[in-house]
Design a protein around this ligand. Structure first.
Ligand SMILES: [Zn+2]
Length: 124
């Protein structure tokens, strides 16, 4: 990190110049960028209408979000109750993905449980 004021060299993570004490602008920009970064959260699909091309998600933060089909970025179609990962923006869900393996895993568990129960019925 080169000081804009005196041109002195400083460690990359330095926030103030070691030579003249001036704040290093590069570090400030990096900090504000990190603060502005949007965090994805998890949630579940509450409702989805193919005709309306819109739906609703119940976020793990307790809020409800609406979404449009354009924000659905996974190849997997929205499934009611299905787990999703999205970026909340106001009360709208953006950049929605279905976490890889999450739904398959739960579906597999349900199927295995069903088969186990069926076997118990047949054998018992
Ligand atoms: Zn300096």
């Amino acid at each position: 990190m080169v000081c804009a004021k005196c041109g002195g060299n400083n460690p990359a993570r330095a926030t103030f110049c070691a030579q003249c004490g001036a704040p290093l602008e590069g570090a400030d920009e990096h900090d504000s960028g990190a603060r502005g970064e949007k965090r994805a959260i998890g949630g579940r699909v509450l409702a989805y209408g193919w005709k309306a091309k819109a739906g609703a998600i119940s976020g793990e933060d307790g809020n409800r979000y609406t979404f449009e089909v354009g924000q659905w970025l996974s190849d997997t179609k929205p499934a009611l109750g299905g787990g999703v990962d999205f970026i909340p923006l106001g009360d709208v869900a953006m950049d929605i993905y279905v976490p890889v393996g999450s739904d398959d895993a739960s579906g597999g568990l349900i199927t295995r449980g069903f088969i186990t129960g069926l076997l118990a019925l047949l054998l018992g």
